[in-house]
Design a protein around this ligand. Structure first.
Ligand code: 2HA
Ligand code: ZN
Length: 273
């Protein structure tokens, strides 16, 4: 059967729009940032012959929990700035083989490109999020500027950082009532950082990488982008607040409790007095 041009596929358009927006926001300089997006076979079938494997790529960790699954991913070393003009070079569609240690490239990653160097963090996070949320589909990493800056100036505990973000914009508690997770500083691209990130993903959809950036997870592009953008906005407000001389008044814990009640969310246990 004749296939439709893959560049018309909604998920390709979403990858292009999102990477372009992230570049414009200044959160993905050079090759910074990466996205992986779980796709269903039915979504791909109108566009791709799924029996045609272009090449195979070995992986250094076990992703057998994702065997047979399809992802569209950003490419290693690719610039978000360039995705719109060269999608088949900057993006790729891959399937995980039954052994869990090999990727089959079905589209893109032209010129022998590789998937994002942060694949261990992405795949391990997908595995953990899927256990909690069957609708989960997307993992996104970027270098959101003000959040990154706060990892130098703010107390680096999950409770303290979460509380500050909740206080900076009223909607934060509603958007991420579970708070933000934080891992230690670890060399990027390693299995170790992948394991640390995925462990945090059992409790949080937002995970801060100190002095590096942020990870977000969720069921669709708007949700994940919105999550990171909301936390980043709070971090930006915090930056202005500190530049203006610091906090003189804030949203009280009592008000945050009232907010949670009004919006039907449950703040992480022990984070509010
Ligand atoms: O892909 O952002 O963390 C480049 C990075 C690595
Ligand atoms: Zn990064």
């Amino acid at each position: 059967m004749k296939k439709i041009d893959l560049l018309q596929a909604p998920f390709v358009q979403e990858m292009i729009e999102t990477t372009t927006n992230l570049y414009r926001l200044g959160w993905d300089e050079r090759n910074g940032g990466n996205i992986s997006y779980l796709l269903q076979e039915e979504e791909l079938a109108p566009f791709l012959d799924l029996t045609k494997v272009i090449r195979e790529i070995p992986m250094i960790f076990d992703a057998s929990a994702l065997a047979g699954r399809y992802f569209i991913v950003t490419g290693s070393g690719k610039y978000f700035k360039n995705v719109a003009k060269a999608p088949d070079n900057c993006l790729g569609i891959v399937r995980i083989k039954p052994d869990g240690k090999t990727l089959e490239v079905l589209w893109g990653l032209s010129e022998d490109g590789l998937p994002t160097s942060e694949l261990p963090s992405h795949f391990m996070s997908h595995i953990e999020r899927l256990k909690i949320d069957p609708e989960h589909r997307i993992v996104m990493h970027n270098h959101a500027t003000h959040l990154l800056a706060m990892t130098f100036t703010h107390e680096l505990t999950e409770r303290a950082l979460t509380r500050t973000l909740w206080q900076m914009c009223t909607e934060c508690l509603v958007v991420f009532p579970e708070g933000v997770g934080i891992i230690p500083w670890i060399v990027p691209g390693t299995n170790e950082i992948g394991e640390a990130t995925a462990t945090k993903m059992q409790d949080f959809r937002l995970v801060v990488w100190p002095h590096h950036g942020i990870y977000g997870a969720g069921k669709d592009m708007d949700e994940v982008f919105g999550l990171i953008e909301t936390a980043e906005k709070a971090a930006e407000v915090y930056t202005y607040v500190m530049a203006q001389g610091g906090v003189k008044q804030t949203i009280t814990d009592q008000q945050l409790h009232a907010l949670a009640k009004g919006f039907g969310v449950t703040p992480r246990e022990g984070y509010l007095a």
